[in-house]
Write a protein that binds this ligand. Structure first.
Ligand SMILES: *[C@@H]1O[C@H](CO)[C@@H](O)[C@H](O)[C@H]1NC(C)=O
Ligand SMILES: *[C@@H]1O[C@H](CO)[C@@H](O)[C@H](O)[C@H]1NC(C)=O
Ligand SMILES: *[C@@H]1O[C@H](CO)[C@@H](O)[C@H](O)[C@H]1NC(C)=O
Ligand SMILES: *[C@@H]1O[C@H](CO)[C@@H](O)[C@H](O)[C@H]1NC(C)=O
Ligand SMILES: *[C@@H]1O[C@H](CO)[C@@H](O)[C@H](O)[C@H]1NC(C)=O
Ligand SMILES: *[C@@H]1O[C@H](CO)[C@@H](O)[C@H](O)[C@H]1NC(C)=O
Ligand SMILES: *[C@@H]1O[C@H](CO)[C@@H](O)[C@H](O)[C@H]1NC(C)=O
Ligand SMILES: *[C@@H]1O[C@H](CO)[C@@H](O)[C@H](O)[C@H]1NC(C)=O
Ligand SMILES: *[C@@H]1O[C@H](CO)[C@@H](O)[C@H](O)[C@H]1NC(C)=O
Ligand SMILES: *[C@@H]1O[C@H](CO)[C@@H](O)[C@H](O)[C@H]1NC(C)=O
Ligand SMILES: *[C@@H]1O[C@H](CO)[C@@H](O)[C@H](O)[C@H]1NC(C)=O
Length: 459
């Protein structure tokens, strides 16, 4: 009796998960340029709740949590909110208190979360934010975020989306591919799509996370080089992290690079080389006519930041235009453009020694092999399809290949599932165009009750 009940529930369980292991390729948004005065964020469509609501969440490689902004959150910034009252699978998690404040607060809940109507996981831990005050001093992300990593220091059981898809057998492989190259930004889940990258994937094992480290999923890098190709003396045994919200590359000491033209290459001398902001210590290169040099009639040449990251014997160039060198802004001196190479915060006394932010992630293809029972986690690096790379760069070979190759051989999926986008509750009805954004519409309840006002954005 007990046994037949057990068999029956197994059969039922199997019939629910009848789909064969699969994968999905999702478009990401990528900023055309990294800008001094804007967050650099890549959004992906995530389906939350039953029936699914589409929310566009910021891809985050430094957390395992997913958070959405409740449509009941008056000052939450963004354009796609989650209405928990419309989801039949939404459950408040009474066992996990969100350690909120009066400027940032919400509720931990569980709900069904998936991608494109192809894969989904039930009872995923979900932070639903109901308060983000205009006073909140943290990052004002739009819409919420989707953390894609798994190995963090949570003390209690935590249902994560992708590990749930892996353990329920829905994914062809325990891997994701992230291509933030602006022209072809993609997130693939369950497969590394060869149409997203070129060259061999260079796999490096992830270090075991330590409580006093400032970032998760660190890995060893060989170092950095500039124009003359020699490794810049930033020290040995550098541990690096990737972070999608950081707009720079951080190194132990930015000046080790900037003060030596053997590394930087020539910097236009007429404006006396690079500039250092007296307060922020931000380095910038001449890039336009400058009112600081009224008597100079020449226009500076197009600046180029020559900077490469070396990982396991392979050197990865970091694109300069709109990337390491940001366009001029109110935050750069007149006629100069800020360069995204900065010193790692002195608050980081342990590790990492380097944070590889957006300029790096927009210049490489990143693969993440999730840690599973018998396999550790790995990052893999290749060159993004469509990027300006020479055959010589693409044909570089890693110094060493991981011994656990069975963890890194993947099954080629037999088909490409189609991404479906359900009609969300936030249709243009009752929506208003966001200031300065052509295609962004935000729902605005009770708008008819508001008195029309004029925003003085410079005030
Ligand atoms: C993804 O982007 C490609 C190229 O821009 C486009 O053809 C395709 O329709 C997009 N897919 C979805 C689901 O939006
Ligand atoms: C709660 O937040 C406060 C302030 O941010 C912090 O000092 C405290 O350690 C947090 N407590 C827990 C249990 O995370
Ligand atoms: C955060 O929200 C919870 C649940 O609504 C509430 O119990 C708690 O008092 C709030 N915390 C603060 C600091 O407002
Ligand atoms: C925001 O800051 C202002 C001025 O510092 C203060 O008066 C107000 O109470 C704060 N609001 C919240 C919700 O903390
Ligand atoms: C983007 O990709 C398309 C097609 O691959 C190509 O024609 C176009 O020049 C690319 N644009 C940039 C800015 O690289
Ligand atoms: C590159 O420049 C550094 C610093 O000036 C120097 O020590 C090193 O010898 C140079 N390497 C080559 C190959 O010229
Ligand atoms: C640049 O490298 C050369 C050798 O390649 C060396 O003679 C010279 O001193 C280096 N310049 C500086 C500023 O270190
Ligand atoms: C360069 O400077 C000129 C004159 O100061 C200005 O009109 C122009 O907008 C600047 N270009 C950029 C890209 O900032
Ligand atoms: C610019 O040239 C004028 C006339 O030649 C001179 O008086 C002035 O000091 C110069 N300004 C600077 C900043 O060099
Ligand atoms: C560059 O390095 C100098 C010297 O270590 C440091 O004082 C400065 O803050 C750094 N600048 C940035 C933007 O990290
Ligand atoms: C392509 O890369 C080379 C260095 O390898 C650089 O000199 C050139 O400016 C880059 N071109 C573009 C369009 O980014």
């Amino acid at each position: 009796m007990a046994l037949s009940h057990f068999v029956l529930s197994l059969l039922l369980a199997r019939s629910v998960r009848a789909t064969s292991p699969t994968w999905i390729s999702l478009n990401l948004t990528a900023p055309v340029a990294l800008l001094d005065d804007e967050l650099a964020v890549n959004y992906v469509d995530v389906l939350v709740g039953t029936p699914p609501q589409t929310v566009q969440l910021a891809v985050d490689m430094q957390t395992d949590a997913i958070d959405v902004y409740s449509s009941e959150c008056p000052f939450c910034p963004g354009w796609s909110f989650f209405d928990e009252s419309l989801s039949s699978s939404y459950k408040v998690n009474n066992d996990r208190a969100l350690n909120g404040s009066n400027t940032f607060n919400g509720t931990w809940a569980f709900d069904t979360i998936g991608f494109g109507g192809v894969v989904q996981s039930e009872n995923v831990d979900l932070g639903v934010l109901t308060t983000i005050s205009t006073n909140y001093s943290g990052l004002h992300l739009r819409n919420g975020g989707i953390g894609l990593i798994t190995d963090t220091f949570r003390k209690t059981a935590f249902n994560r989306l992708i590990p749930g898809l892996i353990s329920s057998g829905q994914l062809a492989n325990p891997v994701i591919g992230l291509n933030l190259f602006p022209n072809n930004s993609k997130l693939t889940i369950g497969w590394l799509d060869p149409s997203d990258y070129v060259g061999e994937i260079n796999w490096v094992p992830l270090e075991k996370n330590q409580e006093d480290w400032y970032k998760y999923n660190l890995f060893k890098i060989d170092g950095f080089s500039g124009r003359n190709g020699s490794l810049i003396p930033f020290g040995d045994n550098l541990l690096a992290a990737v972070d999608t919200f950081v707009k720079s590359i951080t190194v132990p000491n930015n000046l080790t690079y900037f003060i030596d033209t053997n590394y930087t290459g020539p910097i236009w001398e007429v404006y006396e080389g690079f500039n250092i902001d007296p307060d922020e210590h931000q380095v910038s290169y001449p890039c336009n006519k400058s009112t600081n040099f009224p008597n100079v009639t020449e226009t500076p040449p197009h600046p180029y930041a020559d900077f490469k990251v070396h990982i396991n014997g392979v050197s990865y160039m970091i694109d300069s235009d709109n990337n390491l060198i940001r366009p001029p802004s109110l935050f750069s001196p007149n006629g100069f453009c800020n360069v995204g190479i900065v010193s790692t915060s002195s608050q980081i006394t342990t590790a990492p020694q380097s944070i590889l932010g957006q300029p790096f992630l927009r210049s490489v293809y990143l693969a993440y092999r999730y840690p599973t029972d018998s396999c550790p986690g790995y990052f893999g690096f290749a060159f993004p399809k469509g990027a300006n790379r020479t055959q010589e760069e693409i044909s570089q070979r890693p110094t060493s290949t991981p011994t656990s190759s069975q963890c890194l051989s993947f099954t080629k999926p037999t088909s490409t599932p189609t991404v479906q986008r359900p009609a969300g509750p936030d249709s243009p009805k009752g929506s208003y165009q966001a200031f300065g954004e052509e295609n962004v519409w935000v729902p605005l309840r009770g708008a008819e009750l508001l008195v029309k006002g004029v925003w003085n954005i410079t005030g």
